[in-house]
Design a protein around this ligand. Structure first.
Ligand code: MN
Length: 270
């Protein structure tokens, strides 16, 4: 009986010592002498209840999702520092600006990012740019995956690629050309339009879902050609970034989006 109590007492002390205390590092607390009497008091106290969940500020109606993988998951094609800055600062800044706009506009506050994008021609330039930036990057993270983990184009997608481009090589060439020739900052896109695939590009944070886009359609693939997307690793060599980027395309997600756009019918591509 004594051995059982002693074992429980030691276990209790060990468990209590494993909890970081509110008063500072564990080393600041005196340990009871080994084999001594069980010390009642703070060391044996039950663990504090977990803190309540943090309530976000009321004005924060648009929330940025975390990256769907670790920041270094796309190495060596996209380096960790670029991903951390791109997601943690650039993408976050679009959400912050959108939330600022929502704080002074009830219409913005009750809209989704998708609704703001679809009605870009009626929005302020601030809302257009930042809703676009929020949507484009959320899309971008999800259509990428670590090298070797993105799967391959589905037979249905490959059939459409061959019908509309002749080959995947031709599609990639056109897409890279669209990205390379976009002067300044913008995006290259592969879209579904009237049931067919097309390559297009947009300036700034515009996208093909916007009612003001020159070429409208449903994006199933897109690449960010802002310098912040590649400059740390590729400097001014945008073409090298565009060529390497295909290694991190998440074809499983592209296939899913292609199938969804086909199921929705051509009306959504207008
Ligand atoms: Mn970007």
């Amino acid at each position: 009986m004594f051995r059982l109590i002693a074992t429980l007492a030691v276990a209790g002390v060990v468990a209590a010592c494993a909890q970081p205390g509110p008063t500072g590092p564990m080393s600041a607390k005196p340990m009871p002498p080994a084999g001594g009497p069980m010390a009642p008091g703070p060391m044996a106290a039950p663990a504090a209840p977990p803190p309540p969940p943090v309530t976000p500020p009321a004005a924060q109606v648009f929330r940025q999702a975390p990256l769907p993988y670790a920041a270094d998951a796309l190495e060596p094609v996209i380096d960790k520092a670029t991903m951390e800055i791109h997601h943690g600062r650039h993408h976050k800044a679009y959400y912050d600006a959108l939330n600022n706009a929502a704080a002074s506009s009830p219409e913005v506050a009750r809209s989704s990012v998708e609704q703001l994008v679809a009605t870009a021609s009626r929005q302020t330039l601030v809302v257009r740019n930042n809703a676009g930036g929020a949507w484009n990057h959320a899309f971008f993270w999800n259509i990428m995956a670590p090298v070797g983990q993105g799967g391959a184009p589905s037979p249905a997608l490959m059939a459409r690629v061959q019908a509309d481009f002749g080959s995947m090589d031709n599609l990639m060439r056109q897409f890279n050309q669209a990205g390379a020739s976009r002067f300044g900052s913008g995006w290259a896109w592969l879209i579904v339009r009237d049931g067919k695939l097309a390559v297009t590009s947009t300036p700034n944070q515009d996208n093909p879902l916007m009612d003001l886009a020159e070429v409208r359609g449903t994006p199933i693939l897109g690449n960010d050609v802002w310098e912040h997307a590649y400059y740390l690793k590729y400097q001014n060599r945008r073409a090298d970034y565009l060529a390497a980027w295909w290694q991190v395309v998440n074809w499983n997600e592209v296939n899913r989006r292609f199938a969804a756009s086909a199921a929705a019918g051509p009306a959504t591509a207008r």
